[in-house]
Design a binder for this molecule. Structure first.
Ligand code: FAD
Length: 471
C-alpha cells in the first residue's frame, strides 16, 4: 500500500479518475500477455502530460517506490508485471500523433499511440512505417520502442530501433532529456536514443518519440510455398537472400503450426507438408517485384517445393499474412496455457534449430509448434501446455532452457525481439557474459541510482546454470 502522503499527493494532482487503487484496477494491472506471472501493484496512474510524468517520478524516487511503465501490456517477457508492487504508469492517455512531417519524413508521437492506428495514419499520406509486430492491433508505439520490437518486415526494413531517431524521456529524478531529433545524422556524444530503445522501462519513461518514415512501396505481391522437407524450405531461405533478393517478408511455419492454423482459419493451407514459407515482396515498380517473385519461385521449385501459390489479389494476400500473424492466438485456442519464446539463430542455422526444437520437445514430452521470421532467423517455438500441471510445466521450463542453449551454441541469442523482462533474466548472462552484465548494471546505476524503474526486470538475482547438451 502506498504511504498516505504519497497517495494524497497523487490524488490531488491527478484526480480520482486518473489515480486508481481499487481492487479491480490493481488486479487488471497485475499481469500482461506472459503466462503464469502475476503481482499486484499498489496503484495505477494515467498521466496526460510530460509534466505530470515528471512529478510522479520525482515523488516515487524520493520515496523509493517502484515505477512500472505500461503500454498495452502485450509483451511476452513479464515486462509490465509489478513484481515488486509500486505504481503502474499507464500511458493510454498519452496517445496522440503530434506531427506528421512530410518534408523531413518523420512522425512525432506520444508513446500510448496504438501501432496499427499509427500505420493507418501514415499510410493515408502515402508514407510507410515498416515495423509491424504481429501484435500491432493492440500494442503501443511506446511498448514497441521499449522492447525494440521486430515484426514480419524485419529482414528487408529492420526493426523498431532503426526508425527511432529522437526521444523525450523522463528520468527517475524527474528531469527530462531530449535525445536525437528530426535528424538522420547526429553524432553528438553517446547515442542515448539507441541506448533507451529496448531498455524495457528500466532506465527512463518515454513521453515522446520521433520516428523515421519511408515513402510507401507502390506494389506488393504475396506467395505461399509448401515443402515436404524442412531443409528444402531452409535452403530456399538462404538461396533467396544469397541471390541478392531481400523479400519484404519471409516467414516460416512448421507442420504442427500449419495444422492448427488451418484447422481454425480454413484457408486451404497444405497440412501434410513439413513447412511452408510465406513470402512477400514490395517495391515501387511492378516489373521489379514480379522479377523477384519469379526468381524466388524458381529457387523454391529447385529446392523441392511441392506447392507454390501466388495470391491473386489483396484479399487473398491479406488472408495469407493474417494466417501467419494469428499463429500465436490460434495456438492459444488449443490448450489453457501457451508459452511462446523467440530463440534466434543466424539464417543459415534455421533448419538445424527447428529440428533441434523438435528433438528437445520429444525428449521432454512437450508439444512445441514453431513458426517465425525465417529471413532473420527469429523463430518462435511455442509450447501449448497447462499451467495447472506443475510436473509438465517443469518439463516445459527444462525444454526451453535447452532450446536457449542450443540457440546460443548455433551462434544465436535468447531473444530476438520480445525482450528479457523477468522471464529471460536468468539467461541473460549466457548471452552477454559477466562483464556484459556489469556494464549494463553500471548504465542502470547512472540513470536510476535508487533502482525504482521497473525493478526485477532484465537483471536476475541469480543466473541459471548452463546445461551441457549431449548430442
Ligand atoms: C499475439 C502477440 C504477437 C506478438 N508479436 C510480436 C512480434 O511480431 N514482434 C515483436 O517484437 N513482439 C511481438 N509481441 C510482443 C509485444 O507485443 C511487443 O513486445 C510490443 O512491442 C509490446 O507493446 P505494448 O504496448 O504492449 O508494451 P507493454 O507490454 O505495455 O510494455 C513493454 C515494455 O515497455 C515498457 N514501456 C511501455 N511503455 C513505456 C514508456 N512509455 N516508457 C518506458 N517504458 C515503457 C514496459 O515497462 C515494458 O517493459 C507479440 C505479443 C503478442 C501477445
Amino acid at each position: 500500500m502506498l504511504d498516505s502522503e504519497v497517495r494524497q499527493s497523487l490524488l490531488q494532482w491527478l484526480g480520482q479518475e486518473r489515480f486508481r487503487d481499487d481492487q479491480e484496477t490493481l488486479v487488471t494491472h497485475s499481469y500482461d500477455a506472459t503466462p503464469m506471472l502475476q503481482s499486484l501493484p499498489d496503484a495505477v496512474v494515467y498521466p496526460e502530460t510530460t509534466a505530470e510524468v515528471q512529478s510522479i517520478l520525482r515523488l516515487a524516487n524520493e520515496h523509493r517506490i517502484p515505477i512500472v511503465p505500461r503500454g498495452a501490456a502485450s509483451n511476452l517477457c513479464g515486462g509490465t508485471v509489478p513484481v515488486q508492487g509500486g505504481i503502474v504508469v499507464a500511458m493510454s492517455r498519452m496517445n496522440k500523433l503530434l506531427e506528421l512531417d512530410t518534408v523531413n519524413l518523420t512522425a512525432t508521437v506520444q508513446p500510448g499511440l496504438n501501432t496499427k492506428k499509427f500505420h493507418q495514419e501514415v499510410e493515408r499520406r502515402g508514407l510507410f512505417y515498416p515495423p509491424d509486430p504481429s501484435s500491432m492491433v493492440i500494442s503501443t508505439l511506446g511498448g514497441n520502442i521499449m522492447e525494440g520490437a521486430g515484426g514480419l518486415r524485419g529482414l528487408k526494413y529492420g526493426t523498431t530501433k532503426d526508425y527511432v531517431i529522437g526521444l523525450e524521456a523522463v528520468l527517475p529524478s524527474g528531469e527530462m532529456i531530449r535525445t536525437g531529433g528530426k535528424l538522420y545524422k547526429d553524432v553528438a556524444g553517446y547515442d542515448l536514443t539507441k541506448l533507451l530503445v529496448g531498455s524495457e522501462g528500466t532506465l527512463a519513461l518515454i513521453t515522446e518519440a520521433t520516428l523515421k518514415l519511408l515513402p510507401a512501396p507502390g506494389v506488393r505481391q504475396t506467395m505461399l510455398v509448401a515443402f515436404a522437407d524442412i531443409y528444402g524450405a531452409a535452403r530456399s531461405v538462404s538461396r533467396i537472400v544469397g541471390a541478392r533478393i531481400i523479400p519484404a517478408t519471409l516467414e516460416i511455419m512448421d507442420q504442427a503450426t500449419i495444422r492448427v492454423v488451418e484447422d481454425y482459419n480454413h484457408i486451404g493451407l497444405p497440412t501434410d507438408v513439413q513447412a511452408i514459407l510465406l513470402i512477400e515482396q514490395d517495391g515501387q515498380e511492378l516489373e521489379h517485384v514480379k522479377k523477384d517473385m519469379n526468381d524466388i519461385k524458381n529457387i523454391c521449385a529447385a529446392e523441392g517445393a511441392t506447392d507454390i501459390r501466388m495470391a491473386q489479389d489483396e484479399v487473398e494476400a491479406e488472408q495469407l499474412m493474417m494466417a501467419r500473424r494469428s499463429a500465436l492466438s490460434t495456438l492459444a485456442r488449443i490448450s489453457p496455457t501457451t508459452i511462446l519464446e523467440d530463440a534466434t539463430v543466424p539464417r543459415s542455422a534455421i533448419a538445424d534449430m527447428i529440428l533441434a526444437i523438435n528433438r528437445i520437445a520429444e525428449k521432454y514430452r512437450v508439444n512445441i509448434c514453431t513458426f517465425g521470421h525465417a529471413g532473420d532467423g527469429n523463430l518462435h517455438p511455442t509450447c501449448t501446455t497447462d499451467a495447472r500441471n506443475e510436473e509438465e510445466i517443469h518439463r516445459v521450463e527444462e525444454a526451453f532452457a535447452e532450446i536457449f542453449e542450443e540457440a546460443i551454441s548455433l551462434g544465436g541469442t535468447i531473444t530476438g525481439e520480445h525482450g528479457v523482462g523477468t522471464v529471460k533474466a536468468p539467461y541473460l548472462e549466457w548471452k552477454v557474459g559477466n562483464a556484459g552484465i556489469d556494464v549494463m548494471k553500471g548504465i542502470k546505476q547512472v540513470f536510476d541510482p535508487a533502482g525504482i524503474m521497473n525493478p526485477g526486470k532484465i537483471f536476475a538475482k541469480s543466473s541459471r546454470k548452463r546445461l551441457v547438451i549431449s548430442k
